[in-house]
Design a protein around this ligand. Structure first.
Ligand SMILES: [Zn+2]
Length: 143
C-alpha cells in the first residue's frame, strides 16, 4: 500500500510529512509523530492505520514517556517485579478500589519499562505496533 498521508489523528492538520532522515511521519502543527519504521512506505501505512483506527472509534490510552530506574537489570528479579505489580493490580480490583487499581496499573507500566530499558530498548513503539497488528489479526479490536 502506498499513497498519500492521512491528516493528523490528533489535531486534524493536513500538514503532515516524513521526518527528514527518518522513516516516520510527523505533524508539523502539533508535532505528533508516528512510529519509526524500516521504510517510508511502512511508516505511511502505520500512520494511516492509526487514523483509520481513530475513525473506527477505538479508545486509546496515552501513557506518555516513562523515565526508567537506572539500577534495573535484565534479570529474574526485574521480570518478577512486573508480576508482583500485576498481582497488586488484581488485589486492588478484588478490593473494588478503583483509585488504587489505577495506581497499581501505573506501577506495572513502570516495572515493565524498567525491564524493557534494562534490555537496552528505549523506543518501545515498534513493539506496541507489532502487538497492535497481532491483536488486529485476532479480531480483538472488532466491536
Ligand atoms: Zn497534529
Amino acid at each position: 500500500m502506498s499513497g498519500k498521508l492521512e491528516p493528523c489523528p490528533f489535531c486534524g492538520s493536513e500538514n503532515v510529512r516524513f521526518e527528514s532522515g527518518k522513516h516516520a511521519v510527523v505533524c508539523m502543527r502539533c508535532k505528533a509523530r508516528g512510529c519509526i519504521a524500516p521504510t517510508e512506505d511502512a511508516s505511511r501505512d502505520m500512520w494511516n492505520d492509526r487514523v483509520r483506527d481513530d475513525h473506527a472509534g477505538l479508545a486509546r490510552v496515552n501513557i506518555g514517556e516513562v523515565a526508567t530506574f537506572p539500577g534495573a537489570k535484565p534479570d529474574k528479579a526485574q521480570a518478577l517485579k512486573v508480576l508482583e505489580e500485576a498481582a497488586e493490580v488484581f488485589g486492588a480490583w478484588q478490593a473494588f478500589d478503583d483509585y488504587e487499581l489505577l495506581y497499581e496499573c501505573a506501577d506495572v507500566i513502570q516495572a515493565t519499562c524498567n525491564l524493557v530499558a534494562a534490555f537496552g530498548v528505549s523506543d518501545f513503539a515498534p513493539y506496541m505496533e507489532e502487538c497492535r497488528m497481532r491483536n488486529e489479526e485476532r479480531g480483538r479490536f472488532d466491536g
